[in-house]
Write a protein that binds this ligand. Structure first.
Ligand code: IMP
Ligand code: MG
Length: 183
């Protein structure tokens, strides 16, 4: 079934990646990850709540390997469009990641402050390895340099919504990624 933009919202949002484009890229990422982790049986996808849930659900199904899934709630936002740099764990992992190959699944790396905090936090948990898979990367806004192992799309400096990404908690359920136009 072809997903249609929500008519009431389409005038405020320019579609950047439609659902077919996202699905194709997610398949490519999944194949690449499966090839890189071939033979490993202790891969855990650590999905960052809440924005990465839709991406992780599709990505997990594109990785043809045994894996487990866990979720970490991080909050770096007060509800607007600017990063505060203040990161809080709002929901911790349910299992230890000690000795495991961790693949962090993130919706977007913007300033990188959230991921920077997360990498430092994960390191204290003694995983075997940590890699990062982000659907979107906004390099123009980077405040810290990070080793991004898998990037879906590199995007310009714009505020994007949909496919998990929110504006003030809404619009996560759009089936595409779009640029929220200033109103
Ligand atoms: P960072 O700490 O600045 O890299 O921001 C990371 C988090 O900010 C992401 O995980 C998102 O939750 C949120 N974020 C950054 N840019 C956007 C955007 O364009 N749209 C929606 N959320 C964003
Ligand atoms: Mg996020």
């Amino acid at each position: 079934m072809t997903a249609k933009p929500l008519p009431s919202l389409s005038k405020d949002i320019d579609v950047l990646y439609d659902s077919e484009t996202i699905a194709r890229r997610v398949q490519e990422l999944g194949a690449q990850i499966a090839a890189d982790f071939e033979g490993q049986d202790n891969l855990v996808l650590v999905t960052i709540l809440k924005g990465s849930v839709l991406f992780a659900a599709d990505l997990a199904r594109a990785i043809d390997l045994p894996l487990t899934m866990d979720f970490l709630g991080l909050s770096s936002y007060q509800g607007g469009t600017e990063s505060t740099g203040v990161v809080r764990i709002t929901n911790d992992l349910s299992r230890s990641v000690e000795g495991k190959h961790v693949l962090v699944v993130e919706d977007i790396v913007d300033t990188g402050l959230t991921m920077h905090f997360l990498l430092e936090n994960l390191a204290t948990r003694r995983p075997e390895s940590v890699r990062i898979c982000t659907l979107l990367h906004k390099p123009s806004r980077a405040k810290v340099q990070l080793p991004l192992d898998y990037v879906g799309f590199t995007i310009p400096d714009a505020f994007v919504v949909g496919y998990g990404l929110d504006y003030a908690e809404k619009l996560r359920n759009l089936p595409y990624v779009g640029i929220l136009k200033a109103t």
